[in-house]
Structures are given as structure tokens and as C-alpha cells.
Ligand binder design. Sequence first.
Ligand code: HEM
Length: 219
Amino acid sequence: MQISEFVAHTIVALSQNIDIQARLKNNLADNQLLQRILDESLRIYPLFGITNRIADQDYQMRNGQVIPEGMNIVFDFVACHAEGIINPNVFDPDRWIQPKQPDNCYMPFGAGPRMCPAKKFAYNITATLVTDMIKNYWFISSIEHDRPLTGGGLVYFFSDNQGIKQRIKRRLMLPMISFKEALVQRCYSRKVIKNCEIVNKTDFLTKLVKTEAQDMPSL
Ligand code: HEM
């Protein structure tokens, strides 16, 4: 599940950054470039939005503030990964050539004793899948790329084949994308409107409030 999301974000990012996709295609044996692409993918689109830790003792921060024992500390991965970064929303794998981020701000797999045990595994599988996909196809996408992939993960791909059919297909690609996306988005919005109507008809919210009120223990 996490790995498919990691692959999806990386492919969508590459499909919207054709120069980087072309560079990777031409340098598939360059593991460092691939690693930078994967790191940048997890920086902007970390799979975990937040995590938390409970302070097991008082902690004195460098700025003089104290985190008292028992406090629930919530980490926001997206905010952490943007710390000290110039243009944090720009997908730029080359920023990892000389990373300028402050220590410990990049932690897509968590940190400390409870960090993800599958880090290497996730990188290896994702690297293999992405390399194989990029080796065989070109990817293009016009979705609004955000962390929860609210716009879906629509990515179009075509092979390197230079045949006449492929060339015609490529020419038609963009009009086809806008047409298909318009249809898909229309379908989604109709579904959302329909779901709202159903919820409204069943008076779901009133029922929910009433049920919750009945279930509340009397004080
Ligand atoms: C790109 C893929 C993945 C990412 C970004 C990721 C990220 C994370 C993060 C951030 C945590 C720590 C959460 C915290 O500190 O509260 C975590 C924990 C964990 N992950 Fe992953 N994970 C990935 C894939 C996987 C896979 C494939 C597996 C299993 C096969 C896995 C197994 C675990 C387990 C068991 C923990 C809990 C460790 C503990 O609490 O001691 N993860 N993961």
C-alpha cells in the first residue's frame, strides 16, 4: 500500500517534470539521480502526514523552551520537510546534491527507535519499479498533484515506439487528456452531489447528533 503510493507520487511528479523524466530515462544506471528523485518525492509527498510522541521527561529546547513530561508532541512531516528549503513546493531532485536543510528535518520514515523498519525495502522496490516504468514508457499527467492525490492519480503513458500510430497517438494525447479529465471530474462532482443529497434525505446528521446525545452517560 505505502509502496504503491510512493511509486504513484514519483511517477506523477516525473510526468509533470518532463525534463527530469528525460534525464532519468537517459541515465537509468545513475543510481544517485534516482535516489535524489525518490528523496524529493518523499520530501514533498511524505506518506505519513503526522506522527506523535509523548515526552517521557522534561526536555529543554535550544531556544530555552521546555517540553514538559507527558506532553503530546505532534510532528507535521510536510512542514518539517519544508524547513530551510528554498521554494519547498518545487520538485527539484538536484537540491539533494548539496542539501542545505537543518539536521533532522527530513524524516519520511520517522526517526529514532520506532522508525520504519522497511526503509531500505521500500527504496529498493520503488527504485526497481520506477526504473522499469521509465525505461519502457513516457508519462504525462495534468492532475493537481497534492499529497492525498485528491485529483486522482491520472497519468497517461505511451511507449518509445516511433511508429506512425504512436506519433499520431502522441499528437492527440493532450486534447484526449483534457477531454477525459473533464469527463472524469464531472463524474466525480456528480457523485459528490448525489452523496450529499442522500445524506440530506436520510437526515443523517440529525440522527447522528441524537444518537450521540442518547449514548452519552448522564452526569
Ligand atoms: C515508502 C514507504 C514507507 C514509508 C514512507 C513509511 C513510513 C513510516 C513511518 C514515517 C513510520 C514511523 C511512524 C512513527 O514514527 O510514528 C513507519 C513505521 C512503520 N513502518 Fe513504514 N513506511 C513505508 C513502508 C513500509 C512497509 C512496506 C512496511 C512493511 C512491510 C512498513 C512497516 C512499518 C512498521 C512495522 C512500522 C512501525 C515501527 C514501530 O513502531 O516500531 N513500512 N513507517
